[in-house]
Write a protein that binds this ligand. Structure first.
Ligand SMILES: Nc1nc2c(c(=O)[nH]1)N[C@H]1C(S)=C(S)[C@@H](COP(=O)(O)O)O[C@H]1N2
Ligand SMILES: [Mo]
Length: 251
């Protein structure tokens, strides 16, 4: 494990409490469970903390999946709330932001998908688009409202004949990032392949040529510079998920 979970929890203690308070999970995550979680960070041995956190995290995945309704909508905001330019964040600095060449770009499809032909940007732009003003919440302790527009992922998955009974939809990116969603979250009406930000072409800092905007999930589950979509029953994890962040991470 590259990130020590005890350190992760100590550093993010207040944030964890804030996220839990803000989230609909507060109705079910008892104060006792929270105390146990934060108590771990203060006293117990790392191995024990790891063990408890593993159990809590898998409990969280199950509880959140159970609670998550595919009809539950993330709140939307007004144009006046939109921050433009939007903040940049990645596992590297802005000086290393990836530049994807529009002329040669292709979106690849793999796994449990009937029509695996790749897609050019123009083909994606020709599909029906929707836009929504939503809040992006980053686990590192900031949030910001933006307007993302693009193709509903559900529309796209239907079009390419994805197996909707599969468990996961995964995303590979032009950097070394990847993440994955449970199928209900992938099919959620607010989950879109965002080609625009604030009605303009998505800036490279924010994920050109497109990012998957999932307003019901924390920021790290919104992959930028997506180059491949795959459908699978094998748990795909993700860049941060594999370092200990909770996989479900609803917002
Ligand atoms: N390809 C890729 N996608 C990514 C990341 C990344 O490092 N690489 N970082 C994630 C995190 S932690 C956040 S908060 C958002 C930041 O998106 P923004 O740059 O548009 O603010 O992208 C997410 N998607
Ligand atoms: Mo993030």
């Amino acid at each position: 494990m590259l990130v020590n979970r005890k350190t992760l929890i100590v550093e993010n203690k207040q944030l964890l409490i804030d996220v839990q308070r803000r989230s609909f999970m507060k109705q079910t995550l008892s104060l006792g469970a929270l105390m146990m979680l934060t108590g771990c960070a203060d006293g117990y041995e790392p191995e024990f903390a790891d063990d408890v956190l593993d159990k809590m995290s898998s409990w969280n995945d199950r509880a959140q999946a159970w609670l998550f309704s595919s009809n539950r909508l993330a709140p939307t905001y007004t144009q006046a709330d939109v921050v433009d330019p939007f903040r940049f964040n990645a596992y590297y600095g802005v000086d290393e932001v990836r530049t994807v060449d529009e002329a040669t770009y292709k979106l690849e499809l793999s796994g449990m998908i009937a029509k695996k032909d790749s897609w050019t940007l123009d083909q994606l732009r020709a599909l029906p688009q929707e836009a929504a003003i939503t809040r992006h919440i980053c686990v590192e302790g900031w949030s910001m409202i933006g307007k993302w527009g693009g193709v509903p992922l559900k529309t796209f998955l239907e079009m390419v004949g994805a197996d909707m009974t599969a468990k996961y939809v995964g995303f590979k990116c032009a950097d070394d990032y990847w993440t994955s969603l449970d199928m209900p979250s992938a099919l959620h009406p607010q989950t879109i392949m965002a080609l625009t930000f604030n009605d303009k072409v998505l800036p490279k800092e924010n994920g050109f040529p497109f990012k998957v905007r999932v307003p019901t999930k924390l920021g790290f589950k919104n992959p930028k510079h997506v180059t491949e979509i795959f459908v699978t029953n094998d748990y795909p994890g993700g860049y941060w998920e594999d370092k200990g962040y909770n996989w479900f991470s609803g917002s």
